[in-house]
Write a protein that binds this ligand. Sequence first.
Ligand code: IMP
Length: 179
Amino acid sequence: MKQITLLDLTFEPFISTEEIERTVIAIAAQIDNDYRGRNPILLIVLNGAFIFAADLVRKINIPIRLDFIKISSYHGTASTGEMNEHFLWKSNLEGEHVIIIEDIVDTGHTLHYLQQKIGAQHPASVEVACLLKKPTAYQYHDTLKYEGMSIEDKFVVGYGLDYNGLGRDLDAIYSLKVS
Ligand code: IMP
């Protein structure tokens, strides 16, 4: 892996495809174990989580249902905290076991906004599975049930994550190079 340039920024290798795969397999095994017999609905947060979700659902062995949400609060390399709702799930969540699938949790604003919206439909339970979390940026006190990897508060791209629309297609994760 070598460094890459996207627009005006340079990124260096950070998390390998092998490490990502190990993390995805571990989360899938936990979900299999915890949700047997419960047919959970996985709510996939687009765009960023599409690659993580595609890999995760194929490693999960229990029956699951999928639905999608498109929401954004990021602009460039910073979270704005202001939510743009593009569309929300179609499923009726009342009485269902819901798992929100996120690529990365940064400040946590997106997640808490979604948890409130989902909670209003009275699901039986709501948990979160994220590939990456930035603990020092996170502004809430709860713990997420399935946290893949904790990373320092730096901007990353690849494996679904973008910088102004670029970099989602990279199969590993790269971090912003600070010169
Ligand atoms: P939060 O609301 O601050 O937790 O931000 C969550 C969303 O911001 C994620 O779903 C990503 O789409 C985006 N995001 C947060 N950190 C990064 C990053 O390092 N690279 C790319 N996108 C990010």
